[in-house]
Design a protein. Sequence first.
Length: 128
Amino acid sequence: MKVLINGAGFANKGAEAMLRTVQVELASRFTSVEFVLWRCPEWNHPIATASGTKTVRLPFELPSSKWRLFGGQRGRRLWSVWEIVNEMKMKQISLLFDRDKRFSKACHCFLRRAIGGFDFFMDISGFA
């Protein structure tokens, strides 16, 4: 089972304790659980990897990304359009014009391609 975790990290002891608690509880309830941290900051990658957790970041967030050349919001919009067109092969072209759904659908397409999808999503950011 693949669990995508949002809002987790190692910024402070509380954030790390929340992540570790979620990992321990889910691992005790389900067999063969794989944890993936969604949009984890770059400086957290070595800590996450050492703890057996995979990380995934969006291409436009990477420091060496070509999408950064277009600027923050514009790069994000262009990446979203590219991801949908690349994955959907223009089957759902209406998503390109729907601002509310475009980014979330692009993220879904990216995750399916990058990590093979996931079984469930858990937000432990404290803002949900």
